[in-house]
Design a protein around this ligand. Structure first.
Ligand SMILES: *[C@@H]1O[C@H](CO)[C@@H](O)[C@H](O)[C@H]1NC(C)=O
Ligand SMILES: *[C@@H]1O[C@H](CO)[C@@H](O)[C@H](O)[C@H]1NC(C)=O
Length: 301
């Protein structure tokens, strides 16, 4: 069955959500939203699906846009990121989900209507996301930035550094070809978007954050790959905490352990409530028109 097939592929993100929810004693409810159902074209072609998708999105306490390849559902994911940003709904974008957030910001805030990724528009005049291969372009496999790479935090006073226990750097796993265009960073930062994590050269953007938002984080790497039971990934923990309005408590209390050897602050447990609080999450994915889209899900390294 196709359904169980892609759910299986998405399971590293699901696992990471679960690890974080268990850690914070929250009951996790995940609604999968097909990204293209959110698009304007679906309002005409499939109004029921359009209504259902927006109802789910608007009911979510937090939104996760996982990684993926290919352009199916990209516009829907951009709409989800816009909704999260404008309505102050906690948002975590991974890989393409980070790039989506950057493109959305360029279009809505910088006013660059044609902003895009060169993955979807090779002749784009405002390319916010570009092909940045590592190593040789001519060797098969040499074009993908794959495996563990180091991220250096650029500022101390940001949610992502605090979630990783104020470390100066972290190592997380990568699997991508496209990255945020380094030539546009100054423009973005002048307009309020903050690139709080970069590689050692400062040319590759690893983490993006919106400081004046309850939780709006994008990661070029895949934090879900290192999430384990009892050692949840910092950004998933942050997403769940922010979605139950407990992020401040989480980043300012008693330390607990999370993945990546990070000392974390524990805040959501007060010892009294054994009954799990309800947490509603919306995950937007790129599964459209009943066609299984290779790559539009979180996959394993
Ligand atoms: C750019 O991005 C959008 C997603 O919003 C996509 O649907 C669109 O077709 C892309 N390409 C061009 C050439 O505009
Ligand atoms: C990280 O630094 C902030 C102050 O910037 C502090 O409130 C917090 O407790 C620190 N977290 C850890 C894990 O040391």
């Amino acid at each position: 069955m196709q359904l169980s097939c892609w759910l299986l592929k998405l399971s590293s993100c699901m696992q990471a959500l679960l690890h974080a929810s268990v850690e914070l004693r929250k009951k996790l409810i995940v609604d999968w939203i097909p990204a293209c159902d959110l698009e304007d074209s679906s309002a005409k072609e499939n109004p029921d699906a359009y209504k259902a998708a927006w109802k789910l999105l608007k009911g979510a306490d937090g939104i996760l846009v996982p990684g993926g390849f290919g352009d199916r559902g990209v516009q829907g994911k951009i709409l989800a990121a816009k909704y999260a940003r404008e309505n102050k709904i906690p948002y975590l974008g991974i890989c393409l989900g980070m790039q989506i957030a950057v493109i959305e910001y360029a279009r809505s805030v910088l006013g660059l209507r044609d902003a895009n990724s060169t993955e979807f528009d090779v002749n784009c005049k405002n390319p916010c996301v570009i092909f940045m291969p590592e190593g040789s372009k001519t060797h098969m496999g040499g074009t993908m930035r794959l495996g563990s790479r180091r991220t250096h935090f650029q500022v101390k006073d940001c949610k992502s550094a605090k979630l990783y226990g104020n470390k100066s750097f972290i190592d997380e796993r990568h699997r991508h070809r496209y990255e945020v265009n380094p030539d546009m960073i100054a423009t973005f930062e002048n307009a309020g978007l903050s690139f709080t994590g970069k590689d050692e050269t400062g040319q590759r953007m690893e983490i993006v954050e919106l400081p004046n938002h309850p939780y709006y984080i994008g990661a070029q790497f895949h934090p879900e790959f290192k999430s384990r039971p009892g050692k949840p990934s910092a950004f998933f923990l942050g997403l769940i905490a922010a979605s139950c309005r407990q992020l401040d408590t989480l980043i300012g209390n008693v330390p607990v352990k999370v993945a990546n050897g990070v000392a974390m602050k524990k805040g959501c447990q007060n010892g009294k409530t054994k009954k799990p609080a309800k947490f509603l999450s919306g995950a937007v994915y790129g599964y459209c028109n009943g066609v299984h889209d290779e790559g539009n899900y979180c996959s394993w390294l």
